[in-house]
Ligand binder design. Structure first.
Ligand code: ADP
Length: 363
């Protein structure tokens, strides 16, 4: 069943393992629709105002205003808004949507991510809204290509990623992108080989992803949020927890070109009671971040190598506000490929699935 597109139905939903992403298109002028009663029109204006006039919704909903972008959808010009909340807060979101009369805007919402299946019944029984399920990886790729086509500043890369004073974030020109590898760093990780605007295969993945970083950090440091975990990691030193090559060799392992500062064994110091006692929460958080980030980089590089691909695009909310991981990835990709591979990042990092889902409305 195809959703009926009225001028008011512009939502794309991506219900992930950690975060729900809602992309909402606000037309510049809410067009008149003769089929709608004036009461409904009034209610619709109130909802539009609520969504675009606020930056926080309920206890945990946030609008990422810095990502807002003007665009054209079908025949309408307007702004795309980006809203997220923890998937665990879905019951509260459904209550909020009910109290704000959301079902007036749409009877069917295009939705992707595992939660589009998991919460399908709740939407139908509690909101009288149907979720039209869209495949998450197809949505992701569609969203990336769309955003790339409308936003000249979407993609970027880093030069000198390990030298803080020299490191620069530069615009990447995505004109001839194919083939490229897409590494989606969400709760878990999916690795896709993308060969054309609509052609890709999922070639790998790992369960050691963003939720592993956050879960381990919470368990080890008692922190309560992604922001807190990142803040701790930024202050820590992973060499306090990790065994480095130099801890084992006393220096570099020259024969195979492994520098002394390389991590030989993540958390390898923690079996030593004294070292374990000396490691701070920040050090533990930094080790978690380094372990997850380097592991994903390695898998990305190996898969790229196997496919003969040079450009690797990293997306997903694990990278949200996480310049530290982006720089580690940029360095690892460059270093281990002898400069032949490039790590590329995208500004709307975690929203592509929801964007692709929204685009189903204009087919
Ligand atoms: P999913 O679709 O699996 O939820 P995302 O791309 O949304 O995947 O990424 C989820 C990951 O993003 C989390 O595991 C965590 O590492 C990171 N993250 C970033 N911001 C937050 C946040 N506010 N709350 C929870 N996790 C966050």
């Amino acid at each position: 069943e195809h959703p009926v597109i009225t001028p008011f139905t512009w939502f794309g939903l991506d219900v992930g393992g950690s975060l729900t992403k809602l992309v909402y298109f606000e037309p510049e002028n809410i067009p008149d629709d003769d089929d709608q009663s004036s009461e409904i029109k009034k209610a619709i204006r109130i909802i539009h105002k609520y969504l675009s006039g606020n930056t926080a919704y309920g206890d945990s909903g946030v609008r990422d205003t810095h990502l807002e972008i003007k665009t054209q959808l079908g025949e309408y010009t307007g702004s795309m808004h980006f809203i997220r909340f923890p998937t665990a807060a879905m019951p509260a979101f459904i209550e909020l949507a009910k109290s704000k009369n959301f079902p007036l805007l749409a009877t069917t919402i295009c939705a992707t991510g595992g939660g589009a299946h998991k919460f399908s019944n709740e939407y139908e029984t509690q909101l009288k809204m149907k979720l039209r399920k869209i495949d998450e990886l197809s949505s992701l790729i569609r969203g990336i290509h769309y955003m790339e086509s409308i936003n000249h500043n979407e993609s970027f890369y880093f030069t000198s990623p390990t030298i803080k004073e020299k490191c620069q974030k530069l615009n990447y020109n995505f004109v001839h992108p194919y083939p490229y590898l897409c590494v989606n760093m969400g709760s878990g990780v999916s690795i896709l080989a993308v060969t054309g605007p609509k052609t890709f295969t999922r070639i790998g993945g790992t369960s050691i992803g963003g939720a592993t970083f956050l879960g381990l950090c919470c368990a080890l440091t008692g922190c309560n949020s992604f922001e807190e975990a990142l803040e701790l990691a930024s202050q820590g030193d992973n060499a306090k927890c990790d065994k480095l090559v130099s801890d084992i060799y006393g220096g570099d392992y020259k024969k195979f070109g492994l520098p002394g500062h390389l991590v030989a064994s993540s958390f390898g110091h923690m079996m030593d009671p004294e070292k374990s006692k000396a490691a701070s929460k920040a050090d533990l958080a930094r080790s978690c971040l380094a372990m997850v980030t380097y592991n994903i980089s390695s898998l990305a590089r190996l898969n790229a190598e196997k496919q003969g691909i040079e450009n690797v695009v990293f997306v997903g909310n694990f990278l949200r506000k996480n310049t530290l991981s982006m720089r580690l990835i940029a360095h690892a990709m460059d270093y281990w490929s002898n400069g032949s591979m490039k790590a590329i990042f995208l500004e709307h990092e975690g929203y592509f699935g929801a964007i692709g889902s929204l685009l189903e409305l204009i087919n």
